[in-house]
Ligand binder design. Structure first.
Ligand SMILES: CC(C)(C)CCc1c(C(=O)O)[nH]c(=O)[nH]c1=O
Length: 310
């Protein structure tokens, strides 16, 4: 029995990796991920220029997960691109996360990656801010279609999309119809559930400083939504577009559930932040135990095979 998997024809020891934004801001953090049991890892979403991000407190662990409004702190695209270029011979599969603060910066950043010698995968974070007063790009279907059309007019390297959660069947249908028009390597479902609010009852106060306390939710809170998004896009997208499952992963059972819904790889955010990189050994052991108990010998035995009630 093995938890090995292959992605883009590259064999990974297991399907586990970090979620972008967690434990991947600096060379030291990324090196620790590279040396961990994780099958792969992704860099913090980069903008063209260095960003300090929002004032703290901007990330808080709470009983059932986490809330954050980091504000895209990152060292700038060149920092992460240089890191990946320097290591692309010794690392099997690399994921570089990118965004832009404007439509034009998104295009500029992707052109920079396309023009580089980078051979790895690019994860385009579609939860990027839109013009004020408009929803994030991934919730603006016309803009998403226009942007992907322009991107794929020049971008030839493997490209995945990090998507926010959707909550309406019509939105799954509309988004999948758009995505199926492009040669995407994968979609990553889901980013944090946006604009949640956590309250410190003793102080009768919010817990993060930015945005009046509103922030993206991660952890146990979001697993049912994450699983539904993995399942919905797995049911709707061309099989050539793989699914990465992210959201609410804390145990081997959570990993199993994401794969059952159709995930090829599974990312860990909040629980990685809380437990550290040792979590990957634990998740592998717990996943293997579940597979053993069920008599599965490989991930394909159960991947995407969630049953409905007939
Ligand atoms: C929300 C954005 C700041 C536009 C993108 C970066 C990001 C952040 C962040 O840097 O605040 N936090 C998340 O949970 N997901 C994200 O995609």
């Amino acid at each position: 029995m093995t938890v090995e998997t292959s992605f883009l024809g590259i064999t990974l020891a297991n399907p586990l990796m970090n979620a972008s934004g967690v434990h991947c801001m600096t060379v030291a953090e990324m090196d620790e991920l590279a040396q961990s049991a994780a099958g792969a890892f992704v860099t913090k979403t980069a903008t063209r220029d260095y960003r300090a991000g929002n004032p703290q407190p901007r990330y808080v662990d709470v009983p059932l997960g986490s809330i954050n409004s980091m504000g895209l702190p990152n060292e700038g695209l060149a920092y992460y691109l240089d890191y990946c270029l320097a290591r692309q011979n010794q690392q099997a599969l690399q994921f570089l996360s990118v965004v832009g603060l404007s439509y034009d910066e998104i295009v500029e950043n992707l052109r920079t990656i396309e023009a580089s010698d980078y051979q790895g995968v690019t994860e385009f974070n579609l939860s990027c801010p839109n013009v004020p007063g408009k929803p994030q790009i991934a919730y603006d279907f016309e803009l998403t279609e226009r942007l992907l059309t322009e991107v794929f007019s020049f971008f030839t390297k493997p490209l995945g999309l990090k998507l926010p959660p959707y909550f309406d069947i019509a939105h799954f249908d509309q988004m999948a119809a758009i995505l199926n028009r492009f040669p995407l390597t994968y979609v990553n479902c889901v980013n944090s559930i946006g604009n949640g609010l956590y309250i410190d009852v003793d102080k009768e106060q919010v817990v993060i400083k930015p945005k009046g306390g509103f922030g993206g939710l991660g952890g146990d809170y979001i697993k049912p939504t994450a699983l539904a998004n993995v399942r919905a896009f797995h049911q709707r997208l061309n099989p050539s577009i793989k699914i990465i499952g992210t959201g609410g992963v804390r145990t081997g059972q959570d990993v199993f559930e994401h794969i059952l819904c159709g995930a090829s790889l599974v990312q860990v955010g909040t629980a990685l932040h809380q437990e550290g990189v040792g979590i990957f050994e634990r998740l592998v052991a717990e996943l293997e135990a579940i597979m053993e108990a069920k008599g599965y010998t490989c991930l394909e035995d159960f991947q995407g095979k969630l049953r409905e009630i007939n």
